[in-house]
Design a protein around this ligand. Structure first.
Ligand SMILES: Nc1ncnc2c1ncn2[C@@H]1O[C@H](COP(=O)(O)OP(=O)(O)OP(=O)(O)O)[C@@H](O)[C@H]1O
Length: 254
């Protein structure tokens, strides 16, 4: 893709309220029709949360947006970022155009230090260490520590920090609080809340206490399609709806 093409597909049309529009997205992998015409929008600010029971296709949706549908699969439909079509664009071009991805498994380099992990992620001449260390002072304190010896929460912060070093139009974050102790969940949620003031986020999150704290809009996927979309507060205020869509008790937080 040429530089001119890259600029074209991230141009934001005047008057557009949402940053990302997913329309009629279908994903088939290894013969399974996982997403069957998913449509939703991601707001140009704050956190849009993607919810659904285990295995409905939340990570598949994030990966399709990033051009990471596996080779034994195919994604069809339309995904527009800032008004330009991005479905089918290569992942490296999408990252360069400002899609930041924080995967579920964190993927830090265990044998490298925190500083080395951050250094490796630099993609510009002016990485924003002020933002990253402002959000996560722990990363500055532990710069010389090997990433493999960090706690799960600290690794999550490193994973977020790596992405936030570079300019982003939208962050795609997959279950950042999964497997973390409750106190650490709160710390990560606080950090995400602050990060979302700098850059809009599409967040996959199962912990409803975190959703309650962060969500602007919520999008619920069920049976391969969007089953509900609206303000996160509205979803969580309706225990019967939450239970039917997510099989969890909103009052209990998770
Ligand atoms: N590479 C793949 N090969 C085969 N099946 C896959 C592949 N990736 C995902 N799937 C299947 O697609 C479905 C959706 O998976 P996905 O990870 O997107 O769900 P999810 O909603 O993120 O789940 P969870 O909440 O458990 O993380 C699952 O049934 C999963 O087994």
């Amino acid at each position: 893709m040429t530089a001119a093409e890259e600029r074209t597909f991230v141009a934001t049309p005047a008057g557009s309220a949402s940053l990302l529009q997913v329309e009629n997205l279908s994903v088939r992998i290894a013969g399974l029709h996982i997403l069957q015409g998913v449509s939703f929008e991601v707001a140009a600010s704050g956190v849009t949360v993607l919810l659904g029971r285990n295995g409905v296709g939340k990570s598949t949706t994030l990966r399709a947006i990033l051009g990471l549908t596996p080779r034994n699969g195919a994604a069809t439909g339309s995904i527009r970022l800032g008004g330009g079509e991005i479905l089918g664009k290569p992942t490296h071009a999408l990252v360069k155009a400002g899609l930041g991805f924080v995967p579920e498994d964190r993927c830090v380099f265990a044998g490298l230090t925190v500083a080395e992990n951050l250094r490796l992620a630099e993609r510009t001449d002016t990485p924003d260490y002020d933002l990253v260390f402002g959000l996560f002072p722990e990363l500055s304190k532990r710069a010389k520590q090997r990433a493999g010896s960090l706690s799960g929460g600290q690794q999550q912060m490193l994973s977020l920090g790596r992405v936030l070093l570079n300019p982003n139009k939208l962050l795609l974050i997959d279950e950042p609080t999964k497997g973390l102790a409750p106190k650490v969940v709160t710390e990560v949620a606080e950090a995400l809340e602050r990060a979302a003031q700098a850059v809009p986020v599409l967040l996959v999150e199962q912990n409803l206490a975190v959703v309650r704290r962060l969500a602007g809009d919520a999008v619920v996927i069920a049976a391969g399609q969007v089953a509900w979309t609206g303000p996160g507060e509205e979803l969580l205020a309706d225990p019967a709806l939450t239970k039917s869509l997510l099989a969890v008790n909103a009052a209990g937080g998770h």
